[in-house]
Every structure is written in structure tokens, then in C-alpha cells.
Ligand binder design. Structure first.
Ligand SMILES: [Zn+2]
Length: 262
């Protein structure tokens, strides 16, 4: 009798344990999914603004018809802590990249922007103060864009043509103002920095696994601690080059775009 009671108690605790594991497991899966929704540490708290009907004009990748071209793009610099290392790395691997600079940083470190251009990279517009553009008026937005444009033009003698809203946060007004100023709005296919990637190796592995022709890869060379990005870059570049990919600027990637079939 005593043995029987023990057996029932054991069975009960086994069942309880089993259900406990299922519930914990489901929690992890849901948690994982939520994490994955945030593509970037910048985006973890992002509420995507998808009500505008402008999405088709926001570029996330380019159809190169299978040609193995990808664009490596850097946001939030220039930053003397990371940008010089990034430019050195690009030079070592003969990679041309696109830098979406923050106007006030470009003003503070003009020599870094000049170096980017001298070494064949493209410099584009990522606003003047890196604000949440959903909270800005039309006039404020157009000032953010114009002030950065002026700064880039002064430093590079070239007018930027691509605009990327900080943290992918934008409103209808952002799209209207950027397009009115003559910009094409560029988002990205994948971001090197990601909450699921804890180490440089994990960051690199994730990008290498996902790489496809026409992809726009986003990395960061400023604002937060980007030391892991700098560590991951050689792995990403080497592996992609071994797979036959060529890194080009956004302008070159778009020049390789297949004409619309419609
Ligand atoms: Zn940014």
C-alpha cells in the first residue's frame, strides 16, 4: 500500500515536472520570437511604422538577378573609436562600403569623412542628430536632412543621394521630406549587431549564413560600443568573398539592379 502511494506521488511529480518543462520551453520560444523581431540592438524597442503606404519606396535589398554583389553599409559614425579601424579593414580586403554618417559627428571628425571618400567609399545621410523622426515636424525633418547634406557636400564635394532614418523609425512626413529633398530611402536586409549574437563569432556566422545576392548589410561604426562589430567584420568579409561575393557601394549595387519586369 505504502509502495503504491509512493508510486502515485512519483507519477504525479513526474507529470508536474513534465508540464513545467513544456511551459518553460514555450516561454523560451515566445521570448525567442520577440527577440528575433528586433533586427538590431537599435531596433529592439522599435514599433514598426507600416501604415504609410510608402514601404515599396523603402529599399531593403536589390534584385541583381543572382549576381553576387552585396553592399556593406555603416551607420552612426564617424567615430574615432571605430571608424579608423573599419576603414583600415576595408582597405585590407579591398572592400568598398557606404557610410551613413550622422551630420554632427561628420562635423566633429571631418578628417574621417574625407578619408572615407579618398579611399573610394560612399558617404550618405543619416540625419544631423540621430533623432526619432516620428516625433519631428516636417520642418525639423527637412532641417535634419539639409544640415547633414550641407556638411557632407562641404567635406566631399559630392551631394548625398541616399537617406536612412535612424533606427528605422519614420513617419509619412519623413518619407515625404526625404523624397522632396531628392533622396532614395535605404533600409537593410540584415544587421550585423543583433541581440541574439553575443560574440563576434556569432555575429559573423549569422550574416555569413544569410548572405544572398543583392543584400544590404547594416553594421555600425559609432555611438555605442562597436568593438565586436570590428572583430566580426574580417570573418564576414573573408567568408563572403570565399563564397564569391563582391562588396560594392550602394550606388554600384543599384546600378546592377535588374529592370522591373512589369
Ligand atoms: Zn543609426
Amino acid at each position: 500500500m505504502k509502495y503504491k502511494v509512493n508510486a502515485i506521488a512519483q507519477y504525479r511529480s513526474f507529470l508536474l515536472g513534465f508540464f513545467f518543462l513544456i511551459i518553460v520551453g514555450m516561454g523560451f520560444m515566445i521570448g525567442d520570437k520577440q527577440f528575433f523581431a528586433g533586427e538590431d540592438d537599435e531596433l529592439s524597442k522599435t514599433i514598426f511604422v507600416l501604415q504609410s503606404g510608402h514601404e515599396s519606396s523603402l529599399l531593403t535589398s536589390v534584385d541583381t538577378g543572382g549576381e553576387k554583389l552585396v553592399a556593406l553599409t555603416f551607420d552612426d559614425g564617424p567615430d574615432p573609436r571605430y571608424t579608423p579601424d573599419v576603414i583600415d579593414l576595408l582597405k585590407r580586403y579591398d572592400v568598398k562600403a557606404t557610410f551613413f554618417v550622422v551630420g554632427q559627428n561628420a562635423e566633429q571628425y571631418p578628417f574621417l569623412v574625407q578619408r572615407q571618400v579618398e579611399e573610394g567609399h560612399e558617404v550618405e545621410n543619416h540625419t544631423y542628430t540621430h533623432p526619432d523622426l516620428r516625433l519631428k515636424t516636417a520642418v525639423e525633418t527637412s532641417e535634419e536632412i539639409a544640415r547633414t547634406e550641407e556638411c557632407i557636400r562641404k567635406l566631399t564635394s559630392r551631394t548625398p543621394v541616399y537617406f536612412r532614418p535612424p533606427r528605422r523609425l519614420y513617419s509619412d512626413e519623413t518619407v515625404i521630406q526625404a523624397e522632396k529633398a531628392g533622396y532614395r530611402i535605404i533600409l537593410w536586409s540584415i544587421c550585423v549587431e543583433n541581440q541574439r549574437s553575443k560574440t563576434a563569432e556569432q555575429m559573423a556566422r549569422r550574416v555569413i549564413k544569410a548572405v544572398r545576392p543583392g543584400m544590404i548589410i547594416l553594421a555600425h561604426d559609432g555611438r555605442l560600443d562597436r568593438s565586436q562589430t570590428v572583430e566580426a567584420l574580417p570573418m564576414i568579409i573573408e567568408s563572403c568573398q570565399q563564397k564569391g561575393y563582391q562588396f560594392v557601394t550602394l550606388e554600384e549595387l543599384l546600378a546592377a539592379e535588374l529592370p522591373d519586369k512589369d
